[in-house]
Design a binder for this molecule. Structure first.
Ligand SMILES: Cc1cc2nc3c(=O)[nH]c(=O)nc-3n(C[C@H](O)[C@H](O)[C@H](O)COP(=O)(O)OP(=O)(O)OC[C@H]3O[C@@H](n4cnc5c(N)ncnc54)[C@H](O)[C@@H]3O)c2cc1C
Ligand code: SF4
Ligand code: SF4
Length: 413
């Protein structure tokens, strides 16, 4: 450990708890930078000491150390959150009304429809979100969108590292009001930062997120491209999905060729196998700290598993805060999105993986603790309540599976 190493960052590294959100870099005035580390995750590298204020911010807001409480850290959050699906003032299924956004979006383009409305209605001047990196088609970079067409350029899910908070200080200092879109862990970090930095509440009137099955390393995407039979150096454009629901992974080459792969294959056989450790113990992968969270409103088959059959996009939409609910109602009135209410109990059939994972967190965390590994503070995320819903088999698999995997890893290192 270098003399200037931040104790907070050291603890994150010791537990392999980094999610790659970029917050530590974003508040560090250049003392920390995000870099790509094997097997392809964005991770912080510290080059100078952090001031005591920065150290406190990292210790309090880094999602590897603490996750935003649904009870105390989210202004105007709905009371009585569901342990699996989080707080919600409304739960509905719908899509962007604009057919271009619906088609381009990952599921029904609801996030893009809402973002376009936030701009059109004057709620915000810009949107800070992720888009494909033109210099690295498998990778991501942040973009500012100021029109619906620009929002569309950032639509679709990118199953590769993103660090939406890596330049957050500059974004807040610029003085414009903006909407923020990030993974649930990014949103958690922003909510925790807001407890210390009043600029977040003043500048960011809309925070959106999505359900997150875990973030794969770049190696996942490299595997998809290899399985398509394309050389990485030939790839000039890459979409993970979208342009349909779920849409195909699509690589475009410098020779003008196009190769595709189904979502079931790209996620099931490549990307899901490369998910980072922090995701395995994620207590809030449903964007419960956001104002509004969207997800795939999958149709289940006879066994209750999503079919992934290609069809018109459908988004699950949960308004989680008073602000999110008021904005959603405004977007519905303006016909930017359409949505029909559903009962929260209907989500499990659409998202069986998320349900199982949330029920498993307490047992996976227990395995980490048995091995003396640090874990993030998870107060207020209903981990214990969710765990009580787990059948015995799930509990045992979660605990002993995690114990075995971690023990095997430490034996190797
Ligand atoms: C890593 C990952 C895992 C996911 N796992 C699940 C899951 O388990 N279940 C589920 O229902 N949905 C999951 N999603 C979300 C899902 O794919 C859709 O984003 C969601 O249904 C909303 O669709 P939409 O059409 O409304 O979004 P769109 O209108 O397509 O908008 C998507 C927005 O998300 C932003 N975005 C895309 N990729 C990233 C990224 N890597 N980091 C930060 N922001 C990003 C874009 O910039 C855009 O603003 C995941 C997404 C990602 C990126
Ligand atoms: S999770 Fe975010 S804040 Fe924490 S170490 Fe990783 S990049 Fe930094
Ligand atoms: S699963 Fe959780 S930790 Fe992993 S990327 Fe998604 S929100 Fe972040």
């Amino acid at each position: 450990m270098k003399a200037f190493a931040s104790p907070a960052l050291q603890r994150v590294a010791d537990g392999n708890l980094c999610s790659g959100c970029g917050l530590c870099a974003g508040i560090s005035r250049g003392a920390v930078a995000m870099t790509m580390r094997d097997p392809g995750f964005a991770r912080p590298v510290q080059s100078r000491p952090l001031s005591p204020t920065m150290e406190t911010l990292v210790a309090e807001a880094c999602p590897g150390l603490a996750v935003a409480s649904w009870d105390t850290d989210v202004p105007g959050a709905a009371r009585g959150p569901d342990p699996l699906w989080g707080p919600a003032l409304s739960t509905s299924v719908g899509h962007a009304t604009d057919p271009v956004l619906r088609f381009a979006g990952a599921s029904g383009g609801a996030l893009s429809g809402l973002l376009a409305h936030a701009l059109a209605s004057g709620l915000v001047e810009a949107v800070l979100h992720v888009e494909p990196d033109p210099d690295d088609p498998l990778g991501n970079r942040m973009r500012w969108s100021r029109t619906g067409a620009e929002v569309e350029a950032g639509s679709g899910s990118r199953y590769a590292p993103s660090s939406p908070l890596a330049a957050i200080d500059g974004a807040l200092a610029a003085g414009r009001r903006f909407a923020f879109v990030g993974k649930p862990c990014d949103v958690s970090a922003l909510r925790r930062l807001a407890l210390h930095d009043p600029r977040v509440a003043a500048r960011v009137p809309l925070i959106l997120s999505f359900y997150c099955g875990g973030l794969p390393s770049r190696r996942g995407a490299v595997g998809v491209v290899a399985a398509m039979g394309v050389s990485l150096t030939e790839v000039t454009g890459f979409r993970y999905r979208g342009n349909g629901w779920p849409g195909l992974a699509r690589a475009v080459t410098s020779r003008g060729e196009e190769r595709t792969m189904t979502y079931a294959q790209s996620w099931g056989e490549h990307l899901s196998r490369e998910v980072q450790f922090r995701c395995k113990i994620c207590p809030d992968a449903v964007g419960a700290s956001a104002d509004i969270a969207c997800a795939d409103a999958w149709f289940g088959d006879a066994d209750g598993y999503p079919t992934f059959d290609e069809q018109d996009g459908r988004s699950l939409i949960q308004a989680r805060t008073e602000r999110g609910q008021a904005f959603l109602e405004d977007a519905l009135r303006a016909a930017a999105v359409v949505a029909e209410p559903i009962d929260v109990s209907a989500i499990e059939a659409m998202q069986p993986f998320q349900a199982r994972r949330k029920r498993a967190i307490r047992y996976r965390v227990a395995a980490c603790k048995v091995l003396g590994r640090p874990v993030p503070e998870m107060r207020g995320t209903r981990v214990a309540e969710a765990a009580r819903q787990a059948p015995l088999g799930e509990r045992l698999r979660a605990f002993f599976g995690t114990l075995r995997r971690l023990a095997r890893k430490s034996a190797r290192s």
